[in-house]
Design a protein around this ligand. Structure first.
Ligand SMILES: [Cu+2]
Length: 395
């Protein structure tokens, strides 16, 4: 060890000492600056959280404010037109004067999980079509979607069932379908289907969980962002999970728009999609729909939320305000040995899923959100109404 390079000429330490001094001075400046920046953003976040806590209540209030010449805002959001960090014009929060009436008249996407099909084979017909959808009250979007809009229908099968998918392409260009629940050669099963054509394939749903399905035709970002996504629940074999009293399926997604969609339908904006700066973020395709039309449960019931984040690009930090998840199956891993207990927020990644069990004893209105709170301001918020409580948070 005597010949170790640590035995350096004695002037060396002085040099490195003075370099070290400069380094530490620089580091101190950086740390000080960082602390100031972090503090500033912490304040912004606190302000945002404080505002957003009131977001569900803000829906009718915002419409009233608009009628009085105040800031227009849509159900469940608290946004106004602004320019995004990348200098892109945002249409977040755009709303007509009658947004509140439109929100009330909107028929929410059915979040209740559909029944299983009996027998070893479950068959599903999916129809792709170009159509105008609404992504928020009065906000129209020219989508590439499904017969019923976006997301596509919830597919519910049991682990071990064979799933037969028939995809009919009624759109103007080729599309395809990629099932994350399948172990299958994608060049065969997920191939492009020409306009007017149908394609059928099968896979066995051996892996329990909740999975995304989506069009996988290039550019995939555009096909997903335009509405070509949905959820498939592969329920574990009977007896694996505690019996849930309520099962709800939520598909989170983002909308990137080239206009506000109030007069003419908005279309996809690739620049915003690449910048990951959506105008709207939704559960089941429509901003704040479960604020106006809450999901329901009785006190003490076991509510199971099957959540998929369709993205295309942002994660969903799933959280229910006012409670703690009793059990979480992170990433949709349904192995009971892998669950988390008593946690507040768990990320559902873009292109992934998560299953959330919650049991609430106190009657009340419990918002479910992506706790990345910009998502709430952009519409990714709903209410779980526990017990016989009145209306939404504002009533
Ligand atoms: Cu497509």
């Amino acid at each position: 060890m005597a010949s170790h390079p640590a035995a350096v000429p004695h002037h060396r330490p002085r040099t490195s000492e003075s370099a070290g001094g400069a380094f530490w001075m620089f580091a101190a400046i950086v740390v000080g600056f960082t602390a100031a920046v972090v503090g500033f953003f912490a304040l912004l976040m606190w302000l945002d959280a404080r505002d957003a806590r009131n977001a569900p209540a803000a829906a009718p209030a915002a419409a009233t404010a608009h009628e009085q010449g105040g800031t227009p805002a849509a159900a469940g959001t608290d946004m106004q037109a602004h320019t995004t960090a990348a200098g892109l014009e945002s249409f977040a929060g755009a709303a007509p004067a009658n947004a509140e009436d439109l929100a009330a008249a909107h028929k929410p996407f059915p979040a209740e999980m559909p029944a299983l099909q009996a027998g070893p084979l479950a068959k599903f017909n999916l129809v792709l079509t170009d159509r105008t959808v609404e992504v928020a009250p009065g906000v129209k979007y020219s989508a590439w979607a499904w017969e019923g809009g976006a997301p596509g229908p919830v597919i519910h099968v049991q682990q071990g069932q064979t799933v037969q998918i028939t995809l009919k392409n009624n759109g103007a260009i080729p599309h395809s379908i990629d099932f994350h629940a399948a172990r299958i050669a994608p060049n065969v099963a997920f191939r492009d289907v020409m306009p007017g054509k149908s394609f059928t394939f099968k896979f066995t749903a051996n892996d329990a969980g909740v999975y995304m399905y989506h069009c996988g035709t290039k550019p995939v970002l555009m096909h997903i962002a335009n509405g070509m996504y949905g959820a498939i629940v592969v329920e574990p074999k009977p007896g694996v999970l505690p019996q849930a009293d309520k099962n709800y399926v939520l598909v989170a997604s983002e909308w990137y728009m080239n206009g506000d969609g109030l007069e003419a339908p908005a279309e996809f904006n690739m620049t915003k999609a690449h910048a990951r700066q959506p105008d709207w973020m939704t559960f089941n395709g429509y901003a704040g729909q479960y604020v106006t039309h809450p999901l329901t449960a009785d006190p003490g019931e076991l509510v199971r939320l099957w959540v998929v984040d369709a993205g295309p690009s942002l994660d969903t930090d799933f959280h229910v305000v006012g409670t703690i998840f009793n059990t979480v199956y992170p990433f949709g891993d349904m192995n009971p040995d892998h669950v988390l207990h008593n946690v507040q927020t768990v990320t559902v990644p873009a292109g992934g899923g998560g299953v959330f069990d919650v049991q609430i004893d106190d009657p009340g209105l419990y918002p479910f959100v992506s706790h990345a709170f910009a998502a709430v301001d952009e519409g990714q918020v709903g209410l779980l109404k526990v017990g016989d409580v009145k209306g939404t948070m504002s009533h």
